[in-house]
Design a protein around this ligand. Structure first.
Ligand code: HEM
Length: 239
């Protein structure tokens, strides 16, 4: 007879829940700092887990854009992009929760981070490569534009058609929602930092909030430019 699989084993909870190890020494005087450090660790670990899912979803989308020459899997692509956008909202919430990290506790346990910093997040850099920086689109947008061209249309044409472009338009909307979520996450990161450490330098040696603000990226410039063209066109047509 085989053992029934249970919740704890399926999710490997024994391993997962043993991975939060605050470095603040356990003592009554430091109880608040230990609790806050655990909160800080969980927020980062949970963010890394969601980043894993977002990257996997986007890589599946890029693969589909690159390898398919028809629109048979377009609905699935739209679903994955919408999910990635929803997960950016989850990441954003993980960050805004850190607004509740007490300044006093963070100041106490921050020394234990040493030179460890989110700047070393390999998954974040992988995501940033997929999305692109500022004016340089990454493989996500490039593969989308090439897929549209192979389907015999153009991105400006689809943007102009709006809802009449069906699933193509749903994909454009999902890309914009994802891009805005990506931007919102970066801005809320800066906002949390100013709250919990003011203008202090980062543990990786950057200037902190000011540096991160200069790195905030709103992706998919072409889609936003087309948005404004369609807006102007509709305004002229109805005036
Ligand atoms: C109290 C909360 C947080 C503080 C005070 C904080 C602080 C910082 C600072 C100062 C930097 C700049 C690099 C440096 O000099 O260290 C940075 C970078 C970064 N942090 Fe955070 N962070 C917080 C939460 C998070 C969370 C929850 C994540 C989720 C994974 C995260 C991910 C990142 C990433 C990916 C970068 C590099 C961003 C880039 O290069 O554009 N941070 N963080």
């Amino acid at each position: 007879m085989t053992d029934e699989l249970n919740y704890r084993d399926y999710l490997e909870l024994a391993s997962l829940l043993s991975l939060q190890k605050p470095r603040t020494a356990e003592s009554t005087a430091q109880a608040s700092s230990v609790l806050s450090e655990q909160f800080f660790i969980i927020a980062h670990q949970a963010s890394e887990l969601w980043l894993k899912q977002i990257i996997a979803d986007l890589e599946a989308v890029i693969d589909a854009f690159t390898t398919s020459d028809d629109t048979s899997n377009a609905e699935w692509i739209a679903d994955l992009l919408q999910r990635a956008g929803e997960l950016m909202r989850v990441l954003h919430t993980q960050l805004t929760a850190l607004d509740r990290l007490p300044l006093r506790d963070f100041a106490r346990f921050r020394q234990f981070l040493g030179t460890a910093s989110g700047a070393q997040s390999e998954q974040f850099h992988r995501l940033a490569r997929l999305v692109g920086h500022g004016k340089h689109d990454g493989p996500l947008y490039e593969s989308f534009a090439a897929w549209v061209t192979r389907s015999g249309s153009t991105v400006p044409e689809l943007a102009r058609q709006g809802v009449e472009a069906g699933v193509h338009y749903r994909i454009i909307e999902a890309l914009l929602d994802f891009g805005n979520g990506y931007w919102r996450w970066q801005v809320s990161h800066v906002s949390v930092i100013t709250k919990v450490m003011g203008n202090q330098a980062g543990t990786a040696g950057t200037s902190g909030a000011e540096y991160l603000l200069s790195r905030c990226t709103l992706p998919f410039a072409e889609l936003r430019e087309l948005r404004s063209q369609v807006h102007v066109g509709l305004t002229v047509a109805t005036s």
